[in-house]
Design a protein around this ligand. Sequence first.
Ligand code: G1P
Length: 190
Amino acid sequence: QQRPLGLGHAVWCAREIIGDEPFALLLPDVIVPQAGRACLANMIAAQAAQGGNYIAVEEVADDLVDRYGIVDIDRDSGGEQSGWRVNKMVEKPPVGTAPSNLSIMGRYVLQPEIFDLLGSQTEGAGGEIQITDAMDRLMAQQPFYAEQLAGRSFDCGSKLGFLEANLHLGLADAEVGDAMRQEVKALAGA
Ligand code: G1P
């Protein structure tokens, strides 16, 4: 990507490398400490078994929906294997207008048809080419499933999220965890 035109444009730039097959998309500023089988592994297995497109979702506070892509799901469709069917997606809806508080948390398994739609995608939220808008259009042709993240993610696109990720992962680290705990205790007691 030569210019920062948006996430959707960045993904479109990889179209020739990926070619005509499903692919996983990971937003690296979202950190997911692994607990058990990874959400992305489940989505890849589900795609191999039943096709379609997959996005990992996580609940966020109602007043934070305008930082994320938000999905509307069919709660009655929830199979353990496939996740929920997605009805609608909207990128960064204003607080109070979101269809739910389930956010797209930065892990996707997508079909290559997304590239055609990204090629014609107009600017969306923030004046950027948004992958969420192209996915919402692809839903007219192909099913999308939402897989709820077990555990939590850290959104390192925000200052607080970045600091929380360092704290949590540091405390859990075999090499530096004890020293960090001492440091945190000392700070908390100060
Ligand atoms: C991107 C996506 C958004 C998603 C978010 C996760 O937004 O466009 O749908 O919810 O990542 O962090 P960005 O963080 O680039 O604004």
